[in-house]
Design a protein around this ligand. Structure first.
Ligand SMILES: Cc1cc2nc3c(=O)[nH]c(=O)nc-3n(C[C@H](O)[C@H](O)[C@H](O)COP(=O)(O)OP(=O)(O)OC[C@H]3O[C@@H](n4cnc5c(N)ncnc54)[C@H](O)[C@@H]3O)c2cc1C
Length: 392
């Protein structure tokens, strides 16, 4: 069976479904094809932070602020309880080097419009019990929040269906259909889809599909291991990150020569508590291809790190661990837009560790570009053509 659509979307993660929703709402005939099930990729194995403080000052933070604004009314809009809460967030600072980095980071973020400050350890302890005595201080922003990623993915999917999109699961995209050098559709396990535009939103798997078009996408899978505790009474207030997380995220080169195994594994603390009481403790940042298994070493290093920064968590029981692959890009920004030399193809992948936070705005940007030829704001920094996409 061959389906026809204005837009065919590859990938049913949070970004594919957000895009499907916005496009269908704008009146486009949409068919989305997902290899497994919704939230089968990174979206189903991640933290829950819609955190602004971790974003690089510039377009990255601006988009995160815009996305966070959309989150405020998203549950009503989707008619789905996505468990979004704006409880604020802190970044722990352990030493003078981190204090210097964060002082500079915070000053730049304030200029972009984020309400964020450095607070003393005493002030931080009034907001959050269990913090390490050795901390020099924390950054704090009331604008940080979190959301249930799984529910968010399902909320977008359900709203997309209601708006008329067809969403196929167990529908692996195996190849692209070409005519006159242009992408004109996809071949899937559930039949072909002919489409004017194909949106590649397959997260960390996008390069595998790009290869079929002779493309060398600069997206790499970056594993994150994460721990889930038994449910407990409300303990963690908002989101907590460590400054070490910021270093691991934006300066991976500094990890290579580090002496500590935890630092080599890119461990940066990320803690928050779910609506059901489980405490999420993450995460590593490792380049190990598509291996999403957990390692004793990774879990041990995350726990060691958490116990140092938040000794109050020491007696927590763990009920499970999981691993997922973030779609890493060299400059930390996703690839969103048309591809020069490959008419008919539209990229929307590479959100690294921010794809949940940026999902709301990603759908809006893609719908703007496809339906009106322009986004609501300047997104030239996301242009996929900033990279050499075709092997010479
Ligand atoms: C440990 C960890 C913690 C994280 N914490 C946060 C956080 O707190 N906040 C935040 O904003 N982000 C976080 N992230 C990042 C976030 O999870 C990702 O950026 C986001 O989920 C990416 O969404 P996506 O829809 O682009 O990709 P994915 O969710 O990976 O979806 C891609 C989909 O494409 C499908 N697919 C692949 N190949 C094919 C094919 N051939 N045909 C059809 N479908 C295909 C996959 O099955 C998958 O469902 C974290 C990630 C990890 C691993």
């Amino acid at each position: 069976m061959t389906r026809t659509a204005d837009v065919a979307i590859v990938g049913g993660g949070v970004n594919g479904c957000s895009i499907a929703y916005r496009l269908a709402k704008a009146g486009k005939k949409v068919v989305l094809c997902e290899k497994g099930d919704f939230a089968a990729g990174a979206t189903g194995s991640c933290d829950q932070m819609v955190i602004l403080q971790s974003k690089n000052p510039g377009i990255h933070l601006k988009l995160a602020l815009d996305s966070a604004e959309l989150f405020q009314t998203l549950a009503q809009e989707l008619d789905y309880d996505i468990e979004y809460f704006r409880h604020g967030g802190m970044i722990t600072i352990e030493n003078e080097m981190e204090m210097d980095v964060m002082t500079d980071f915070v000053a730049k973020q304030k200029k972009i419009g984020l309400e964020v400050d450095i607070i003393s350890r005493e002030e931080a302890s009034k907001r959050q019990r269990g913090l390490g005595e050795h901390l020099l201080g924390c950054t704090y922003s009331a604008q940080d929040g979190h959301v249930n990623p799984f529910k968010l993915n399902m909320g977008f999917a359900q709203a997309a269906k209601k708006a008329g999109a067809e969403l196929l699961i167990d529908a692996e995209v195996t190849d692209f259909k070409m005519a006159g050098g242009k992408v004109v559709g996809i071949k899937t396990a559930k039949g072909d889809v002919d489409a004017e535009t194909v949106v590649l939103a397959a997260g960390a798997w996008s390069p595998l599909l790009g290869q079929k078009l002779g493309m060398k996408l600069p997206i790499k899978p970056r594993r994150g291991q994460i721990i889930v505790s038994q449910p407990c009474a409300p303990y963690i207030v908002g989101d907590i990150l460590s400054a070490q997380y910021i270093v691991a995220k934006y300066h991976p080169e500094t990890l290579l020569n580090a002496k500590s195994r935890g630092i080599q594994l890119g461990v940066g603390l990320a803690i928050s508590q779910t609506a059901r009481g489980g405490i999420l403790i993450g995460a590593t940042r490792e380049f190990v291809d598509y291996d999403v298994s957990n390692t004793r070493e990774g879990i041990r290093e995350i726990l060691k790190n958490a116990a140092r920064l938040m000794p109050g968590l020491k007696n927590l029981n763990i009920i499970r661990v999981m691993g997922g692959v973030r779609p890493y890009t060299p400059d930390g920004l996703p690839l969103v837009g048309c591809v020069k030399g490959m008419d008919g193809l539209f990229m929307a992948a590479g959100h690294e560790g921010d794809g949940i936070a940026l999902s709301a705005v990603t759908g809006k940007i893609v719908a703007g570009l496809i339906c009106e030829g322009k986004a609501y704001t300047d997104v030239s920094a996301l242009d996929p053509n900033r990279f050499e996409l075709f092997a010479k």
